[in-house]
Design a protein around this ligand. Sequence first.
Ligand code: PSV
Ligand code: MN
Ligand code: MN
Length: 406
Amino acid sequence: MTDRAYVLFEEQQRARGIDLEQVKKQLSSLRIETPSWGYGDSGTRFKVFRKAGAPRNAFEKFEDAAQVHKLTGLCPSVAIHIPWDHVEDYGALRSHAEGLGLTIGAVNPNLFQEEEYMLGSVTNTDAAVRRKATEHLLECVDIAKETGSRDISLWFADGTNYPGQGDIRKRKAWMHECLAEMYKALTPRMRMLIEYKCFEPAFYHTDLADWGMAYNLALKLGPQAEVLVDTGHHLQGANIEHIVAYLIDEKRLGGFHFNARKYADDDLVVGSMNPYELFLIFYQILCAGQDTDEAVRGTVDNIAYMIDQSHNIEMKIPAMIRSVLNVQNQYAKALLVNHAEVAEAQERRDVLGAEDAVRRAHEFDVTPLLQAIREEQGLPADPMKAYLESDYGKSVMTRGKGGAGW
Ligand code: PSV
Ligand code: MN
Ligand code: MN
């Protein structure tokens, strides 16, 4: 049944001039990092729901993450958050991860949960607080050395709630000063991925509110600093794919935090609200991947695709499986865009023709293609079904309630 569907799909795509072998090659190299915090208990500011079976520590979070990788073949690395994932021996965590077929991915410092950070961390008027924040950043660089991580993802809750509360320009200088000290501690292969967010938890101004501020800071710090685009961190209506194309062109797009949102930074399952946006992001990435400039192609090759979600009411492992499958699905669709056809329509100044050439790729059902590559890789054709039929969900119930949450 699947085979027949795939044969038809192949014929259809060949007729459109799509090289399916190339598509399959690109699909097979897709890697999506999952976040340790997506497996643990989390909540909103109203309530953290404690789930039976939730992992109790970083080691168990990696065990859950290994299930996602085992069934999807897409997620060989897991981002950690410090101190949520603090362990006495990071070498032991690394060995545990490797034993599960995983690696430790991006290290995420936490500069928002200590009392002292109420009025800012690296932007605090108190030099002692800025010192404490910088020491934590340096500690995370050391942890990254032990875990073998390349990337350190930086998100700052810093901002103000009222006009006059802080000196915006002084805060900008303080942030730069702290990050410059951190930058110096990086090894040559490490990267600082700087995340921006328009608002929340601060509601008047946020010190790194948009991609331009993050980009400017990255430029000042040096080539190992790049911008991280979290899809939930924009004002309504922002054209994220435009930001993506721009940052790639400037060779400063370091990675993504994928999630979906309806209103603010909702951290919902990626692809659940606006899958077309995700498709258009991949379309821009794939356009840049064909650039004649080697440095642009190099930027594309080094984009870190990461999930950043908090699963409050969902079953956590299935939510992660759903998320990465949604990303894979939109990526597969974007791989079906016939770029020559788009270019020809642009050349003819055919507005609707160009739009049609892009959109049509999105309308194909890529299930036969994805099932075919999973079969080739010895993976279950339907990873979600395979997980739900497995005993893993039951086996973790012995952990009980009271897992490692916020
Ligand atoms: C807070 O907005 C946030 O969701 C950021 O996106 C960070 O990347 C994440 O938390 C983890 O600290
Ligand atoms: Mn994020
Ligand atoms: Mn966020």
